[in-house]
Design a protein around this ligand. Structure first.
Ligand SMILES: Nc1ncnc2c1ncn2[C@@H]1O[C@H](COP(=O)(O)OP(=O)(O)O)[C@@H](O)[C@H]1O
Ligand SMILES: O=C(O)C(=O)C[C@H](O)[C@H](O)COP(=O)(O)O
Length: 370
């Protein structure tokens, strides 16, 4: 996290011009009955949230979590038709995943059950008010054994307007990586727009391994969403990252220099054919870069209780506004709104707003909605 950029538009002005839909590089497929607005896929796990240090025991809250299904729920709550595909074990945990997604209005006709492996598990350990530790139990899980066949079936049933995928799936296993590649190829063939959220998970693979895959994918991406320290993973040979894959925030550079570096890296990605690069800046907000310029939006002010899930909620808001035909300013506005809703509630996705709740954030303290 390096703070807001000081490049053109860094003062909050929209320098991207009125190009609704066009900034994504490829025109969105029209909505039509049976066609999902968004198709997403990945691993969803059972999520246990403790209330303090894990080694002390105590009670845990049981839910589900997975970056892609978090986005799917966020979109479904906003009224979009979203299809999720993934594999769960033939176990009660898998039933919890599928039941929750179904209850949230996510279409799961493409989901698969794998009798040969368990559903994965994720433990959240709130260690300090601002620091949550995550423990994964997902190696060899059903979700990590996702195959291209599952994706082919789910995608081809009705090609979506937007394909959403994350950099988590290729880190899970070679078959999951092939599944993701297959989805990208199908999106190309069917004219679906592609949104990639880098979501680098250092517990799952190294920066070098991630960079090798992500750099290959970049030319197929229309909307790239990343934290500022993830951009070098997408650039050829570490270009723009001062030849280093180290997160920028770990480098001792002044905030202004870091903002200029992010703008330069975004420019290099635009040159690679990405239509739009959206950089999440945590509590500082987010900036979008297109060929027409850049636009910064500050975060919405809320009392943050759980930062986990903010990025996925942000993506859901961004894609929702994109599907509605909003320009860059409208997309960022909805994204910072849904991101703020996520941090204001415990859980990955539980606090995601419905469309009619979007306006609640501006309400003065003490407001009672009757
Ligand atoms: N403390 C906060 N208050 C309000 N909004 C926030 C806060 N933290 C994050 N957000 C919103 O959520 C978005 C995504 O959060 P961020 O932490 O950057 O993503 P990630 O969870 O992927 O690391 C931010 O761009 C911002 O709009
Ligand atoms: O699927 C995984 O690997 C996960 O880690 C699930 C995470 O709980 C979310 O992806 C939250 O991530 P943010 O929205 O970036 O806070």
């Amino acid at each position: 996290m390096t703070g807001q950029p000081t490049t053109a538009g860094g003062d909050g002005r929209d320098t991207t011009g009125p190009r609704p839909g066009a900034a994504t590089g490829r025109p969105l497929l029209p909505g039509q009955p049976g066609r999902p607005d968004v198709f997403t896929f990945g691993e969803t796990m059972v999520a246990l949230r403790g209330s303090g240090p894990l080694k002390l025991g105590g009670t845990m809250n049981v839910s589900i979590a997975g970056a892609e299904s978090n986005v799917a729920i966020g979109l479904a709550r906003l009224g979009h038709h979203v299809r999720w595909a993934g594999a769960v074990g033939e176990d009660e945990a898998g039933q919890l995943v599928l039941r929750t997604l179904r209850a949230e209005g996510v279409e799961i006709s493409g989901a698969a059950t794998d009798p040969g492996a368990p559903t994965g598990l994720l433990l959240f350990e709130p260690r300090l008010p601002e620091v949550t530790r995550v423990h994964y139990y997902r190696a060899g899980s059903a979700g990590s054994r996702l195959t291209a066949e599952v994706i082919r079936r789910a995608f081809s049933a009705a090609p979506p307007r937007v394909l959403h995928l994350t950099g988590i799936t290729p880190a899970l296993s070679p078959t999951a990586r092939s599944a993701a590649r297959c989805a990208l190829q199908l999106a190309r063939e069917h004219g679906s727009s592609v949104c990639l959220d880098v979501n680098f998970r250092a517990r799952l693979w190294t920066a070098e391994e991630a960079a090798e895959v992500l750099r290959e994918w970049i030319p197929a991406v229309d909307v790239l969403i990343a934290s500022d320290d993830e951009l070098p993973l997408c650039l050829p040979g570490g270009r723009g990252g001062e030849g280093s894959l180290l997160p920028l925030s770990l480098q001792e550079v002044a905030a202004d220099d870091a903002a200029a570096t992010v703008a330069r890296q975004a420019g290099l990605l635009l040159d690679q054919g990405v239509g739009e690069i959206v950089v999440k800046l945590g509590a500082a907000g987010a900036t979008a870069f297109t060929h027409s310029g850049s636009l910064y939006r500050p975060a919405k002010t809320v009392r943050a209780v759980d930062a986990v899930g903010a990025g996925d909620a942000f993506v859901a808001g961004y894609l929702s506004a994109l599907l509605d035909g909003e320009g860059t300013a409208g997309r960022l506005e909805r994204a910072v709104t849904t991101g703020a809703f996520a941090v204001a509630s415990p859980g990955d996705w539980e606090g995601a707003p419905t469309r009619s709740e979007l306006g609640m954030l501006g309400a003065p303290p003490g407001t009672v909605v009757r």
